[in-house]
Ligand binder design. Structure first.
Ligand SMILES: Nc1nc2c(ncn2[C@@H]2O[C@H](COP(=O)(O)OP(=O)(O)OP(=O)(O)O)[C@@H](O)[C@H]2O)c(=O)[nH]1
Ligand SMILES: [Mg+2]
Length: 443
């Protein structure tokens, strides 16, 4: 395979930049360009940093070099990394020099793809790594690191192995009926498929939480005009983001802002105040607010604590009757008139009791006591595969009731290969390419 090279650190200025090579010729190319006193191809020790000079066209760059000997490297091939002075131009120059001396430019994720091909990581590891790189909250990192630890893959692999064992028995009973009993083999397959169905269904259920970990909890802030929704949003995100005025109908469009609270992402959506309106723009905003209610996980229904509930408030409350709702009584710095059980009393203008809202949100979304010793499915591809596996299992169970062994064999194999799209045991070229193309350059 050709020797590839790329800059592995983000482009831009920094303390150091790393340019990496992987492939059979990595060491040869490195020694044709890098010079360190008393160092040669024979006496270089792997995983040790050497200080030396890298020969550029017109100049030399003083830098460090490290060599990883195959198969003990990230890609499983010979790898050489140069740690050079940070700077986009310099890093590009070093890369150019490597390309002029026998390297090919690595595509997105090509280092990781090679690691996969050489058995250094499973497909799942690769995906977990992408998620880790893109993670934006503690919970996401924790859930993803469990994926990287292989716990999830192992669970799936176990199911796959059990299915494989049964399939082997079944095939033996088809080919050598005198050896194994077909009836018993099919009975075993049914049992294994039933237990797989249960395990996979439980994994699928974790996705509700997994999605919240990954994308955040969507919280719509709704209420009549002027109750202080935008003021509340600004307090919740700790920034003056939304326009606040005493004019009713200030907010015309939805505004989404994300905060991380106790490691969990919460997406707050400020909406237009809901009321009967003739104003065309405001009307559109109100329609959007209603849609927001439907799409949110939780609704913050904001009411004015200094005023009694009127018809509009009551209408609003009935709009949210099928949702998880938190009632927030705002403006408690004024004389409090409104009294409501289970409501949270706050004052946006005095920034009072705001965290109580966030606390209630993570409690209602059931993410306040996450158990990170269990797997949460946070990856969309995984969830789709698991759902497909459940469908395949149902078909296989169905044919196991009525059909002959060879058909049972065929349908059960499908379950096995579907699960293989997670463990990498039956993957096709296109899945692999799809996954690795999501990686950044030099990874
Ligand atoms: N006294 C008091 N006034 C507040 C409080 N919160 C908001 N206000 C005031 O109420 C008025 C309306 O505030 P906004 O945050 O714009 O209200 P809104 O619900 O977003 O209004 P629309 O976007 O028009 O629907 C402003 O004059 C705020 O200063 C509060 O806690 N106490
Ligand atoms: Mg507003």
């Amino acid at each position: 395979m050709k020797t590839i090279a790329q800059i592995s650190t983000p482009l831009g200025s920094g303390g150091i930049a790393i340019v990496r090579m992987s492939g059979d010729k990595a060491k040869d190319i490195a020694f044709s360009l890098f010079y360190a006193k008393n160092l040669n191809q024979e006496n270089i020790e792997p995983r040790k940093l050497y200080l030396g000079k890298f020969q550029l066209d017109q100049a030399t760059e003083r830098c460090m070099m490290v060599y990883f000997k195959a198969p003990y490297s990230f890609t499983g091939e010979d790898v050489v990394e140069f740690q050079i002075h940070g700077g986009e131009f310099l890093a590009t120059k070093v890369l150019e020099t490597l390309l002029n001396n026998g390297c090919s430019l690595a595509e997105n994720g090509e280092f990781s793809k090679r690691a996969f091909i050489n058995g250094k990581m499973t497909l799942n590891d690769a995906e977990a790594m992408i998620d880790m790189i893109n993670a934006t909250s503690d919970a996401e990192i924790k859930a993803t690191s469990l994926l990287l630890s292989g716990k999830f893959t192992n669970e799936i692999k176990q199911i796959q192995d059990q299915i494989k064992d049964c399939l082997i028995n079944l095939e033996v009973s088809i080919d050598y009926p005198e050896h194994d009993d077909e009836y018993i083999s099919i009975k075993n397959i049914k049992e294994i498929l039933q237990s797989a169905k249960e395990k996979i269904s439980n994994l699928v259920k974790t996705n509700t939480t997994g999605e919240k970990i990954r994308f955040g909890i969507n919280v719509a802030i709704i209420g009549k005009p002027n109750v202080g929704k935008s003021s509340l949003l600004n307090c919740l995100i700790g920034e003056d983001r939304a326009i606040v005025t005493d004019v009713k109908g200030t907010t015309r469009d939805v505004l989404k802002e994300t905060v991380v609270y106790k490691g969990i992402k919460i997406n707050f959506i400020d909406t237009a105040g809901i009321r009967e309106s003739e104003d065309v723009v405001e009307k559109i905003g109100i329609e959007r607010s209603k849609k927001c209610i439907e799409q949110s996980d939780i609704v913050l229904c904001v009411l004015d604590a200094s005023d009694n509930l009127d018809e509009e408030d009551k209408k609003l409350i009935s709009l949210t009757k099928d949702k998880k709702v938190i009632y927030v009584l705002n403006k408690t710095d004024k004389k409090i008139v409104l009294n409501m059980d289970n409501a949270i009393l706050v004052s946006a203008s005095e920034n009072k009791n705001i965290d109580a809202i966030k606390e209630k949100i993570i409690e209602l979304a059931k993410v306040n006591k996450l158990d990170f010793s269990q797997v949460y499915i946070t990856n969309q591809r995984h969830i789709e595969i698991l759902k497909q596996a459940l469908k395949d299992i149902d078909v296989a169970l169905d044919v196991a009731q009525t059909q002959t062994a060879d058909i049972v064999d065929l349908e059960t194999k499908k379950v096995w290969s579907t699960l293989g799209k997670i463990t990498g045991e039956s993957e096709t070229e296109s899945i692999i390419d799809g996954i690795f193309s999501k990686f950044c350059l030099g990874k």
